[in-house]
Design a protein around this ligand. Sequence first.
Ligand code: IPM
Ligand code: MN
Length: 351
Amino acid sequence: MTKKIAVVPGDGIGPEVIDAGMRVLEQVNDARKLGLTFTHFGWNADEYLKTGISMPPGAMEMIRDEYAAVYLGAFGDPRVPDMKHAADILLGMRFQLDLYVNYRPVKLLDERLSPLKGKGAKDIDFVIFRENTEGAYVGMGGIFKKGTQDEIAVQEDVSTRRGVERIIRYAFEFAQKTGRKSVCMSDKNNVMRFGGDLWLRTFEEVARDYPQLEHFHMFVDALTMQMVRAPEMFDVIVTNNMFGDIVTDLGAALQGGLGVAASGNIHPGRVSLFEPIHGSAPKYAGKDVANPAGAILTAAMMLDYLGHADEAKAIERAVADAIQAGETTNDLGGSLGTKAAGEAIARRLAL
Ligand code: IPM
Ligand code: MN
């Protein structure tokens, strides 16, 4: 059975890291006869500036109806200061495809990459689930009396019972399936009383269905401190869209930097989107310096989602081996370019 993958390299360093990821994906697809077919889409800032269109009409429906997954590079270009195309494409897919799980593992692949004194691979190994379809990202609100001294801006933070419950339940299910001990829900319910009330009640109710798992709540300011001070206390963290955005950058830094962090935007059983956490880094674009490891680990995560867990593990091992051998880009202390670092990983693939 063939499955279609939409490849969207995007802007900046996106195309280079996606090239490296595609090399690995094609190697695995051929060796293991996975039957994946890849279609490239050039939706990016260049295209948007030329045509004024982020994604052609019908494209979202085509992705939803015909594709199994989207493999995406990065968006962001200084020539589009309001990031309109990025919002249309990336946030557009998250919302319109209802990709409610933002899955961002934090796992230190090599002791030498730890930014924390005395903390190693056994300490930095947890998963963050970020709610991905609600919160401050819904774009509700407005500006009143714009440009005057009396100007007022309102930006709403939306939580629905259904939306909160499904991400919390997903986090508990994941913890149970993967043998993790605990789930931590993080928010700011000492200040954001209404949303916080809904999150905490829902968390406690869902937790009752998982009596064998520990569960605890932490204010998000305290969470950032504990992630740095005692990362070993976390197994699974679940939080809202905005707090999740912030703490996952911190998570990426704990695992060796944005260059190695992978993420999935998932709706279980439906087309889902996989992207490295790093941005488009325009100043590094076209220079063969970006780290392809995040994009390659993202490819592994996508294969795992598509039911190819063995192949995903083989890729993760190859990445860890290359990093441990020092065959990496600059950001991890190596001296290879994007292409060569990708090849070093591809060479180590044991299929
Ligand atoms: C991320 C990014 C996006 C977000 C931006 C590019 C809109 O920071 O995926 O974490 O805020 O979600
Ligand atoms: Mn972010």
